[in-house]
Design a protein around this ligand. Structure first.
Ligand code: BG6
Length: 484
């Protein structure tokens, strides 16, 4: 099945995700000639809304996100059809089937941009309406459960109707350009591989810092917290890509098998370890980008005295030959000083300095792989300052592999653009397999349970800082610092 014969059905087609991310990404694919000329994109939602009004709304969101409502956008909207119906009713979905080409050989991608509790009834309704064919693929996005058990329940419902090969679980971090480049850097170059282990790497830091707060979704967020919202999925996926063994091929099975092995090697945390190796925080009022912001418990819709964490920092350990003894520090939080997501590989210092104290601490080589706001890959090296007579002849320089200079194609594609194209092309490599999600939940559930047992409560941190002081202490205890 290829993109020339695939249609799309977006369930929850009038929601935030669809308007903010999916239509702009599909438009970019349309403009790039990656969708069939006669593609049908059906936006399905309950709300009774005249079709023209839906297009006006979609256009407003597109423009507010920086898009241009030009000719290519209008030709795209001609392929976009709004249907108001209850997606959990097989009868109502008959309208959808009627709006799609009759050719049952055509592919159909169904994107469930809805809360997971309606996944099961929607799948049953899709089946009743005759929309589940061997070429149908279903796309789901987190939250995929609250813990391992609830994930299993959700998954069982999906797998009653679809095979594992038909289910595409999105983690949008896997679609980010620099994440792709991490694979190229690791596995298309020979020089890094001999260094990529506990002999030469001192520690790995993975930070996903956000300056935004809970963005009007306090109630949803409060159920999850930073651990479920970010660590269980995005941060652990980044950890897997940084730590996995070279897969035999760039095939979905091989890549996912290697990621699963990493997740299986994560050392489970007991009560003592969660006390020592995890820090949680919650933001209080402060200032971000010079603007005053309220604390978590004063956000719109907040219930007083919530103890949900908006920040997590932890030291993870991977028990295998390559990584034994190398801490993987993970850190994520809302209302931090600035938006920055990066993976930093800190190499060990030279075993003996012939430069004496000039090669002081902090002179270790670092590989910085930044995902956002800018896409950078930078190798930090020590170098000589030019000149005959300089007091301190050593300086740190960066070998910059940043994208703008390197990529003649211009701006990197948005993560959803890449991932949607992969679903259309039926390439599941960048999607998360059920056993990976389960294994990630297993590790995260153990931490939650231990937090519960030891009565761990979040430390308060002022908005606009880098999180609670415990986070600094977590790395400082081992004589290290966060890369900021
Ligand atoms: C989502 C989380 O998965 O990722 C949000 O639910 C978070 O809380 C978002 O803000 C961050 O994504 P990005 O791509 O903006 O870093």
């Amino acid at each position: 099945m290829d993109e020339n014969s695939t249609d799309l059905l977006i369930v929850g087609g009038e929601g935030d995700l669809a308007l903010r991310k999916l239509y702009p990404a599909l438009h970019a694919l349309w403009r790039g000639g990656c969708l069939a000329e006669d593609v049908r994109i059906i936006a399905l939602a309950r709300k009774e809304l005249p079709a023209e009004e839906f297009i006006i709304r979609a256009t407003e969101w597109f423009v507010s996100g920086g898009g241009q409502a030009d000719e290519s956008w209008s030709s795209f909207t001609e392929r976009l059809l709004y249907i108001a119906a209850d997606a959990t009713s097989g009868e109502a979905l008959a309208d959808v089937r009627a709006a799609l080409p009759a050719d049952v050989e055509r592919g159909l991608v169904v994107y469930l941009a809805t809360p997971p509790h309606i996944f099961a009834p929607v799948c049953i309704a899709l089946q009743a309406a005759g929309l589940v064919r061997p070429s149908t693929r279903i796309v789901v996005e987190k939250p995929l459960g609250h813990n391992r058990e609830s994930f299993r329940n959700i998954n069982q419902e999906l797998c009653r109707i679809f095979t594992e090969e038909q289910v595409f679980r999105i983690d949008h971090y896997l679609g980010k350009e620099t994440v792709q480049n991490l694979l190229a850097l690791r596995f298309a170059n020979a020089f890094l591989e001999p260094l990529w282990n506990n002999k030469y790497i001192d520690n790995v830091q993975i930070t996903v810092a956000e300056s935004i707060g809970v963005s009007g979704r306090w109630e949803f967020y409060d159920e999850a917290g930073a651990m479920r919202d970010m660590v269980q999925n995005h941060l652990l996926q980044l950890l897997c890509l940084a730590a996995m063994e070279p897969p035999a091929h760039l095939s979905a099975t091989d890549v996912r098998n290697e990621k699963l092995k990493v997740l299986s090697c994560l050392r489970p945390m007991d009560d003592h370890m969660v006390r020592e190796n995890t820090v949680i925080g919650q933001y209080s009022e402060g200032a971000v980008d010079g603007e005053p912001v309220v604390g978590y418990n004063d956000e719109e819709g907040a219930a007083p005295k919530s103890r949900t964490e908006t920040f997590v920092a932890l030291k993870a350990e991977i028990d295998n030959w390559r990584w034994a003894g190398v801490p993987f520090y993970l850190r994520t939080g809302k209302r931090l000083q600035r938006r920055c997501s990066e993976i930093v590989i800190e190499f060990r210092e030279v075993p003996h300095s012939i430069f004496g104290a000039q090669l002081g601490s902090g002179a270790a080589n670092r590989l910085v792989i930044r995902l956002q706001p800018d896409e950078i890959i930078r190798l930090e090296l020590m170098n000589k300052v030019a000149g005959l007579d300089v007091a301190n002849p050593l300086q740190q320089v960066s070998l910059d592999l940043s994208f703008p200079e390197q990529n003649s194609e211009g701006a990197a594609p948005d993560a959803y653009q890449r991932l949607l194209l992969d679903v259309i092309r039926n390439n599941p490599t960048l999607f998360v397999r059920a056993d990976e999600v389960e294994q990630a939940w297993l590790w995260v559930d153990q931490i939650h349970e231990a937090w519960e047992r030891v009565g761990k409560t979040p430390e308060t941190y002022t908005s606009g800082t880098w999180g609670p002081s415990g986070s600094v202490a977590l790395v400082a205890r081992a004589g290290r610092r966060w890369h900021e």
